[in-house]
Design a protein around this ligand. Structure first.
Ligand code: PBG
Length: 312
């Protein structure tokens, strides 16, 4: 009876697994704050992705750990960059045909200072420059799409980047590559473990000059609206669990595909409780995912993607 009248369902096709790709071969480096998540070299990533694809997972979100970093994050748009290489290799794998390859578009993994854009010295302090960053981000998106990304997903939160990415894709004849914009992204403590995984912690300051204040719901709606006007095809909201009200409001307002990102801190928090035996692993994992769907997300980016798909 419960199954018959259930209002919200989970299915593997609605789950996206993040992948952290690093240089080398045969590398599978654990991330201490995210048990079960690894930095993977391309060959290992292909193996894991193949298994996840067999479970019917919807796709993968790719992040890269470059060999070296610089002030401008040039590794992000390098034709032979780490994610570009991974995309080309993954596109050759028949076993991954069914899975969508989404490339995260940001500079923070590639800049020596760890910010998502260009930094200008400003007296004693620093400024993150919006417009010069947008140019590099647009260049990065085109490079990733050219390498094989099915979707590009800008996560930097600079103003105007969706329009810039759209025209940079169109100029490169990549008219069919959709933009999944992280339109509603809050400056959150829950990204902590990710910055270990992606080696992207800012070396000074924080991300509050470009990511949103967690107290602001109306601002989140305005950010989404602007990104849609600029040409975003889909919207990603994050974090998920602490912001379910934002997901619900976006669902009620906007008739576009909507995803939510259950971020690293949400995963770490649950894992820590599982390790202590304080929460039931399967039930808590599934409940968290159903809640995000119930709030209105069509799809979920989650480090639980494979584990949940297995259960489903
Ligand atoms: C890059 C980016 C971040 C995340 C996704 N893309 C980190 C940040 O903004 O600091 C966080 C994902 C997670 O915590 O799992 N800008």
């Amino acid at each position: 009876m419960r199954a018959l009248v259930r209002e919200t369902r989970l299915h593997p096709g609605a789950l996206i697994a993040p992948l952290f790709i690093c240089p080398g071969e045969g590398i599978r480096r654990p991330i201490s704050s995210m048990p079960g998540v690894f930095n993977l070299s391309i060959d290992e990533a292909i193996r894991d992705a193949g298994e996840a694809a067999k479970l019917g997972i919807g796709g993968f979100l790719l992040f890269g750990l470059p060999e070296s970093k610089d002030e401008a994050g040039s590794g992000a748009w390098h034709e032979d960059g780490i994610v570009q290489r991974a995309l080309r290799a993954m596109k050759r794998e028949r076993a991954l045909d069914s899975a969508l390859l989404i490339a995260d578009v940001c500079l923070c993994e590639y800049t020596s200072h760890g910010h998502c854009g260009m930094v200008r010295k400003d007296g004693e302090g620093h400024e993150i420059e919006n417009d010069s960053s947008v140019e590099l981000i647009a260049r990065t998106a085109a490079s990733l799409a050219r390498a094989g990304a099915d979707v590009v997903a800008p996560s930097d939160m600079m103003d105007g980047r969706v329009a810039a990415i759209r025209s940079s894709l169109d100029d490169a004849d990549l008219h069919d590559t959709p933009v999944l914009s992280y339109a509603s992204k809050f400056a959150s403590a829950f990204y902590g473990p990710f910055r270990e995984a992606a080696d992207s912690a800012p070396q000074f300051g924080d991300r509050r000059s470009y990511q949103m204040d967690g107290a602001n719901r109306r601002e989140a709606m305005r950010e989404i609206e602007l990104d849609l006007m600029e040409g975003a095809d889909m919207v990603l909201m994050k974090p998920a669990l602490p912001y379910l009200d934002i997901i619900r409001e976006a669902r009620d307002r906007f008739d576009v595909p909507l995803g939510a990102y259950q971020v690293s801190g949400e995963y770490a928090m649950l894992q820590a409780a599982f390790e202590r035996g304080w929460l039931d692993r399967e039930r808590a994992m599934m409940e968290s995912l159903v809640s995000i769907r119930r709030a209105g997300a069509d799809f979920i980016v989650t480090y639980f993607a494979s584990a949940a798909a297995k259960l489903l």
